[in-house]
Design a protein around this ligand. Structure first.
Ligand SMILES: CC(C)(COP(=O)(O)OP(=O)(O)OC[C@H]1O[C@@H](n2cnc3c(N)ncnc32)[C@H](O)[C@@H]1OP(=O)(O)O)[C@@H](O)C(=O)NCCC(=O)NCCS
Length: 169
């Protein structure tokens, strides 16, 4: 499996997402990704974490940019032995509820099927109702709980979905 192959998709055919582009994350994306991360998460990843992930093997790291070049969203994942772990997904405030996260996850499901992966999993805060609802719509279900997973002491729910998902992603 090779996630380092770059691709650029013009999404002008998708309603509401006109002019957005979706492609592999590259080093010049890291500043914008970090800025959105800092707004989107109570305990954000540091810039160095993203910088270290970009371009690494066994990663699936994607960004969506709007027609003006602003970052609309990102998805950072790692994969091994048939399992894909979603490290991070976030969408900028102005692009939320327009299908950007869905677009990123559809791209991930396509990658998962191309690479014959078995499962996609991730951790989410029990308090993160919007994200939990988002994942539910994609067919994720709860498969575990990690006690005090986050540095502020909150548990994590482990959510997973088989590939292909139980209903169309
Ligand atoms: C969670 C997040 C990534 C969703 O991104 P998004 O682009 O707004 O999501 P989409 O527009 O693709 O939503 C698809 C569906 O998910 C569900 N959904 C998404 N956000 C929701 C919300 N705030 N409340 C309820 N349902 C929601 C809806 O069913 C939605 O479809 P609809 O808008 O037609 O009703 C975004 O809210 C975000 O960046 N949050 C902060 C970072 C974060 O918590 N990341 C996840 C960490 S585990």
């Amino acid at each position: 499996m090779n996630a380092s192959l770059s691709s650029l998709s013009d999404l002008s055919g998708l309603s509401g997402l006109s002019g957005l582009s979706l492609r592999e994350a590259v080093p010049s994306d890291v500043d914008d990704v970090t800025a959105l991360e800092n707004r989107a998460f109570p305990v954000p990843w540091k810039r160095a974490y993203f910088a270290a992930e970009v371009g690494e093997p066994f990663r699936f790291n994607r960004v969506v940019r709007d027609p003006g070049g602003s970052l609309a969203g990102y998805l950072f994942c790692a994969f091994a032995a048939g399992e894909i772990h979603v490290h991070k997904i976030a969408v900028s405030e102005t692009w939320r509820r327009k299908g950007v996260a869905r677009l990123l996850m559809d791209d991930l499901f396509s990658f998962a099927e191309r690479t014959a992966s078995d499962v996609i999993y991730l951790e989410v805060r029990p308090s993160n109702t919007p994200a939990r609802e988002f994942y539910r719509t994609l067919g994720f279900s709860e498969s575990g709980r990690r006690r005090r997973y986050y540095v502020d002491g909150e548990d994590a729910l482990v959510l997973s979905v088989p590939v292909p998902p139980p209903h169309p992603a």
